[in-house]
Design a protein around this ligand. Structure first.
Ligand code: ZN
Length: 251
């Protein structure tokens, strides 16, 4: 079984479309949340996410945009985008976002995998280092968890009691690239496919991953997309211009 793993689309239609165009054949989708918030195409992106189906977990921006919980942890710009998105979503799409389940969610077919937005022990936690990840790796119900939230592609493994982060490094910044990582039997892993719609590792290209359950291989992708179109939409929608600028900076 081959899974397309996407996360943190953040209403970026152009980035999502580029990822779907670049993805090789897959059997199912896993979507790790933050489908909306920041970008200017919430209804288009929710429409595609609903069509793609598969496993979908909620992110903190999905929750906030749907009016579940408060805006305490959002800065002024993110909070503005939340309110803008809440008004922009059709009532049908708003209900769909509101009903998204909290992770971690066990995969319905693969017994050793679960899906979450932040961390297996807290859907809002940022896992950015081995130290952040150690307790989660030890507490996970299943050996492999895919997570999002940080907007940074990575693999953090626990092997023989040691947690180690394997950053995903590319050679270029202007064309489609991919990197393959084969998982080892007996180790535990936290894997982040990166952010489709707002990468934060200094690389503007859209990010996603494929997981091949038979070969236990994760393939990380970076895909150029028409970022100027996504930026133009943000400006035209009267969203904060910073949200447009950061897309090209990859942060
Ligand atoms: Zn996010």
């Amino acid at each position: 079984m081959r899974l397309l793993v996407i996360s943190d689309i953040h209403s970026n239609l152009e980035a999502l479309q580029a990822c779907l165009d670049a993805a090789p054949k897959y059997d199912r989708v896993a979507n790790l949340g933050d489908i909306v918030g920041y970008g200017a195409s919430p209804n288009e992106v929710v429409g595609i996410a609903r069509n793609l189906g598969g496993v979908v977990v909620r992110g903190n921006h999905d929750r906030a945009c749907a009016g579940v919980g408060d805006l305490n942890n959002f800065n002024r710009i993110a909070g503005f985008a939340v309110m803008w998105t809440r008004l922009a979503l059709t009532s049908d799409n708003l209900e769909w976002v509101k009903a998204l389940p909290q992770g971690p969610i066990p995969d319905p077919d693969l017994g050793n995998i679960e899906w979450v937005h932040g961390s297996p022990t807290d859907e809002d936690e940022y896992l950015l280092s081995e130290n952040d990840a150690r307790h989660a790796l030890e507490a996970m119900d299943r050996p492999v968890t895919f997570f999002g939230h940080t907007h940074i592609q990575c693999v953090i493994g626990l092997h023989d009691g040691r947690a180690r982060q394997f950053p995903v490094h590319y050679k270029h910044q202007d064309k489609l690239e991919y990197i393959q990582v084969r998982l080892q039997i007996g180790a535990r892993y936290l894997i982040n496919p990166g952010s489709v719609g707002q990468p934060r590792d200094g690389d503007w290209r859209a990010a996603f991953a494929m997981f091949d359950a038979e070969t236990k291989t994760v393939t990380f992708y970076r895909v150029p997309y028409p970022v100027d179109m996504a930026q133009q939409r943000i400006v035209s929608a009267d969203l904060p211009v910073r949200l447009a600028a950061r897309l090209k900076e990859g942060r």
